[in-house]
Design a protein around this ligand. Structure first.
Ligand code: C2E
Ligand code: CA
Ligand code: CA
Length: 573
């Protein structure tokens, strides 16, 4: 039950703001004179005409004091006061009841509903001014004391007491909504050394700038507290994925380790962070704190400026992910990738009619890494943008070389992922590629998935129309796995549908898959789209596909994706 709206983080206790007085009275003439009196004292004034409006204005503007007329239409002053006293954020605003009913009963009623004082009409102005001044002073002192009791004086952050209160709230919220949250225990590395060598004043400054950095990095809604010394805690609510927690923690570590200037000297510090998760690592404040603390010591043992989850398994996931992300970043920088090509076959003519470019990571230790292992991470980190650009340029340049060597091919298919499609100037990129390679636009087919079209449909439509107008071909990849919605086929200028390999795998034996493939084929035919089956591995599959009128395929039956050199040797010949 602590009011932190007034003296929230960073509130300057030495320079209190100008008090705001709310005047609630249905008589405009009285409001006018009250306003005049209050403004004379240097206060800000808000006016309302009844009890209901008084409550609304209080919630909106949180005045420092309310002058409340007892008798008003709609809702009287007693009722409004009583309501306000029941509100968690407003119960401690002093209310001064103004009554013309100078009888014992209404005076008693005023105190009963929680008013601080009363004054009778006709108002004696100097008495009113004195009362207001006294009430404001008392309320301010009370808030100061409350603030001091619940906050750390050096940083203005919530202290252990308030933090406990906030944790209890977070636990009940999480329990009610069946959510997870993370508790971070942050300890500054080498704080003692700095404190001892540079003096306490320097240590204090350091703690204040760390507080600032925590505030800058975290969301407004995250609770930060200082438990004492160089120990801080943070509650991150609504974060269910460990990945999201990792992202926040990494940002924190990065921010904290930026050099800080203290007393004219540049100081480098770091932090060790321990993380416990509700409910997996505890469901009470005590256990969560204890476990986050344990994890923090493990982080320290690991060599500082790092973090650990309480659950070892989570830490391992986090470590692997971090390593992968780092090496992927380096790989993108040094272009440690190769493109493999998988032929597309026209099985009526029995010949190769093009290829799909499929990227691989040429890892110095692990060897060739499959895109399924790094494309999702590249998407998440945004690395897909430079990587995808490299794929597009390299694949088109290769295709152009094959063309110049005299091979007759229809087109090359290139996968473009959602983030790349939406974040990059993809039309500009293809324009540049067309110019550099001299390829005919109809020789490039862009493979998109339904999810790319669905996120931000309007924008997607605009981009696809532009690409289509440039003469490039658009293929809908993995068709059938997502929404398989006919509306996409009709609404977007799609040229080709790729039947996902999960449906092709079990044809012709699986009845359901057979029906789906037949339906997709019929749909494509009706809409005049070309059709290609992915993942074709057997003769029977080809027979079946031919039978129902699907005449193009791609799969291990002909070839796995292979390097450009191999493609030339075994497929093109
Ligand atoms: P995709 O676009 O559906 O690519 C087809 C995948 O099916 C390829 O896996 C290919 O090797 C595999 N495949 C082809 N024929 C057969 C078959 O007969 N049997 C079986 N079991 N599998 C077959 P790959 O190369 O591992 O690529 C996986 C996914 O990674 C691709 O799925 C695509 O979504 C993504 N990807 C690959 N290269 C790129 C790229 O350059 N950019 C983007 N954005 N995504 C890419
Ligand atoms: Ca594809
Ligand atoms: Ca596919």
């Amino acid at each position: 039950m602590v009011d932190s709206t007034r003296y929230g983080p960073g509130m300057d206790l030495e320079h209190p703001h100008i008090p705001v007085i709310l005047i609630a009275d249905d008589d405009p003439a009285i409001r006018l004179v009250l306003r005049h009196a209050m403004e004379q004292e240097g206060y800000h004034v808000i006016e309302v005409a009844n009890g209901l409006e008084a409550i609304q204005a209080t919630v909106r503007q949180h005045p420092d004091l309310i002058l409340m007329d007892a008798v008003m239409p709609q809702m009287d002053g007693f009722r409004a006061t009583s309501e306000l006293k029941g509100m968690e954020d407003h119960y401690n605003i002093p209310v001064l009841i103004i009554t013309s009913l100078d009888d014992d009963l209404s005076v008693e009623q005023a105190f009963n509903v929680g008013a601080c004082d009363y004054i009778t009409k006709p108002v004696n102005w100097s008495v009113l001014k004195q009362r207001v001044k006294r009430l404001l002073f008392a309320a301010n002192a009370e808030r100061k004391i409350e603030h001091l009791a619940y906050h750390d004086t050096l940083t203005g952050l919530p202290n252990r007491m308030l933090f406990m209160d906030r944790m209890d709230q977070a636990i009940s919220r999480a329990m009610r909504n069946q959510e997870n949250f993370a508790l971070l225990f942050i300890d500054i590395d080498n704080f003692k050394v700095i404190n001892d060598s540079m003096g306490h004043e320097a240590g204090d400054k350091l703690l204040i700038s760390i507080t600032q950095r925590l505030r800058e990095t975290l969301r407004m809604s995250d609770t930060i507290a200082r438990l004492g010394g160089d120990e801080f805690t943070v509650v991150l609510e609504n974060l269910s994925e460990p990945e999201a927690v990792i992202l926040v923690v990494k940002n924190l570590l990065e921010k904290i380790s930026e050099p800080i200037e203290i007393s004219g000297r540049e100081v480098h510090i770091g932090a060790s962070i321990g993380i416990s998760m509700y409910p997996d690592d505890g469901i009470s404040f005590g256990n969560l704190l204890k476990n986050a603390d344990t994890a923090m010591y493990r982080a320290k043992d690991l060599g500082r400026n790092t973090f650990q989850f309480y659950t070892a398994e989570m830490s391992e996931i986090a470590m692997r992910r971090l390593e992968l992300e780092n090496s992927l970043r380096n790989a993108v920088e040094s272009q440690d990738f190769v493109i493999f090509y998988q032929p597309k076959y026209d099985f009526k003519r029995g010949k190769c009619c093009g290829m799909e470019a499929l990227v691989r990571w040429d890892h110095p230790e692990k060897g060739i890494v499959s895109p399924d292992e790094f494309i999702p991470l590249a998407e998440e980190t945004g690395l897909i943008v430079p990587l995808g650009e490299w794929v597009i340029k390299t694949a088109c340049a290769q295709y152009s070389l094959w063309k110049q060597a005299g091979y007759v091919l229809n087109n090359i298919s290139i996968n473009v992922s959602a983030r790349q499609f939406h974040e990059q100037d993809i039309t500009g990129l293809f324009q540049q590629v067309l110019q550099e390679t001299g390829l005919n636009p109809a020789e490039i087919e862009i493979e998109l998935t339904e999810s790319t079209l669905i996120s931000n449909q309007r924008k997607a439509r605009g981009i696809i129309n532009e690409l289509h107008d440039m003469g490039l071909l658009i293929a809908l990849d993995d068709f059938g796995t997502g929404y398989a919605s006919m509306s996409y086929l009709k609404d977007f200028p799609i040229d080709t549908v790729k039947i996902d390999r999960s449906f092709v795998r079990d044809i012709p034996d699986d009845k359901e898959d057979t029906a789906i493939v037949k339906a997709i084929t019929g749909l494509a035919e009706a809409l005049g789209l070309s059709l290609i089956a992915e993942g074709v591995e057997t003769e029977q599959q080809i027979m079946f596909l031919k039978d129902i009128g699907c005449l193009h395929g791609q799969g291990y039956y002909w070839s796995k994706p292979v390097s450009a050199l191999e493609f030339e040797r075994t497929i093109l010949r």
